[in-house]
Structures are given as structure tokens and as C-alpha cells.
Design a protein around this ligand. Sequence first.
Ligand SMILES: C[S@@+](CC[C@H](N)C(=O)[O-])C[C@H]1O[C@@H](n2cnc3c(N)ncnc32)[C@H](O)[C@@H]1O
Length: 272
Amino acid sequence: MRIKPKLKHEIKKSAEKNSLFGKYQITAAPITPDNGQRTPDLADAGRIFGFYKIYYIKIICPYLFKIDFFRQCVKEVKDYYFRKAKQEKYVARSVYKLSEIDAKHHIIRPRMRLLDLGASPGSWLQYTLEKTKEQSEIVCVDLKPPVFSPPGCVRWITGDIYEVFEGEAGVAIGFFDCVISDMAPNTTGIRMVDHAASASLCEKVLEISSRMLKPRGTVLYKIFQGSGFDAVYKQTRQLFETVKTLKPQSCRSESNEVYVLGLHRKIPANKD
Ligand SMILES: C[S@@+](CC[C@H](N)C(=O)[O-])C[C@H]1O[C@@H](n2cnc3c(N)ncnc32)[C@H](O)[C@@H]1O
């Protein structure tokens, strides 16, 4: 069987180009000593297979890494907080963002009424249940249900924050000592659009807080830094005596998310 000269040429070129590939290195020597006249043996097959391996590594792998799913898998395997969360049985790595902020600012306390917006899958809820020893009343809202059954002190509302707090049903939910929001929009990859969607969610969090937070209450929300950030930050300053921007260590370095903490809700001016 004669090996096509074109294939032979490609094997040679690829071997020369990829000679840095350690164990995947293949020889640049002619594929058969008699210049392709004899029947290829196992050694030739091995060389051809090596050629395909190089094509796999050089061409297919970089292509796969451009696909978000594969990038996400690699990121998760490498990620320290992801592995820590798995070991400590938290349903998401975001738990360490809240625990870090709480360790410094003591926002979660027993016997409080807490509103957790964007609560699914529920790692912030796991943390608050531990910290409050289930002695708090927690209302969670998310588009999705929780991934575990919460205990009796938790009321889980599956719905959109733009709708859940409207009308009488919203009023019946009551008042809170603390509102926390880890909500993030479904990102499109277009920065302007994603920042605007994040800012809009935070404006809604502030609007809900202004209606449902007790005087001297606390708000914590996640926001993408970008267009819309300054306006939302300014609104937060109008509602709270102290406002801080925080970037917990467990935030991914490439992410531009930050958390804004508003402490001591100002007492609303009497409308009369
Ligand atoms: C990063 S996850 C929150 C993770 C959560 N803090 C935890 O520790 O498990 C963001 C959540 O925000 C929710 N979300 C986004 N937009 C929402 C909306 N308009 N109303 C309710 N939930 C929303 C998403 O469904 C998603 O579950």
C-alpha cells in the first residue's frame, strides 16, 4: 500500500512544527525507508497515530477551550473555593463571599428577619441557618427552587423579584432587619448590556429595601462595576448612613463584581 505523498508531507511538516511536544513528539524521518514503496508496518501506524494526536492537541483542544462549558469545567477543577465548598458540603462557592463579609461586618445575627434575594441554589441560606442556629425567620426569593429542603424557619418564594413584592402579597411579606442579594442577570457577554441588567436588579433591591427594611436595617447586594454603578451607589448613600464597597477574596479575579454594603438605614422622613 502506497502512502499518499500529500499525507507524508503533512506528517513531516507537522512533526517538524510540533517537535516541542514532549511525549507527543514524532520523528521527522521519512515514513518508510524505501520512500513509501513497501507495505506500512505497525511502527508506521504508530507514527500516523502520533500525527493525529498532534492534530488533536494543536487544533481540537484550543477549539474546545473556546467553548464556555469546557472552560467552566477546567475553572471549577482548578478553583480553590469550588473544591472547598464541595468538601464542606455547601451547594455553591459563593458562601465564602458572604462568610468573609459577615466575619468583618457582623451582619447576620440570631433572632432577625432576613430577606435573601436570588437565593438559589442556597449556599447563603446554608450559612445564615448555621450562623443563626435556625433562630431567624428567613424569606428567600429566586426564579429557581432551592436544591435542598429548607427547615421550617425558611419561607421560599419561587418567582421574579420584579413581581413577588407587588400588591397585597408583597405587603404581607412584612419587614426585615437585613436584605441580602447575590442576584446576577443572565450574562450576554456584552458588557454594557450585562452592567445595565445588574444595575437594574440592584435598583429593584434598593426599592424593596426602602419599603421593607426596618430603620437602622442593613442591605448587602452584588453589582457589576461599570455603567450604572455610580447611580446605584448614590441611591444607596441616600438610604443608608454608612456605605462600603467590598471585594471578597473569594470573588474570581477576572470578575468585575463587587458587593455594596449599606449599614444603618436612615429613618424615613415623615410624609405628613
Ligand atoms: C449567583 S446565584 C445566587 C447564589 C446564592 N447566593 C447561593 O449562595 O447559593 C444568582 C441567582 O439570582 C437569581 N435571579 C436572577 N434574577 C432574578 C430575578 N429577577 N428574580 C429572582 N431571582 C433572580 C438567579 O436565578 C440565580 O439563582
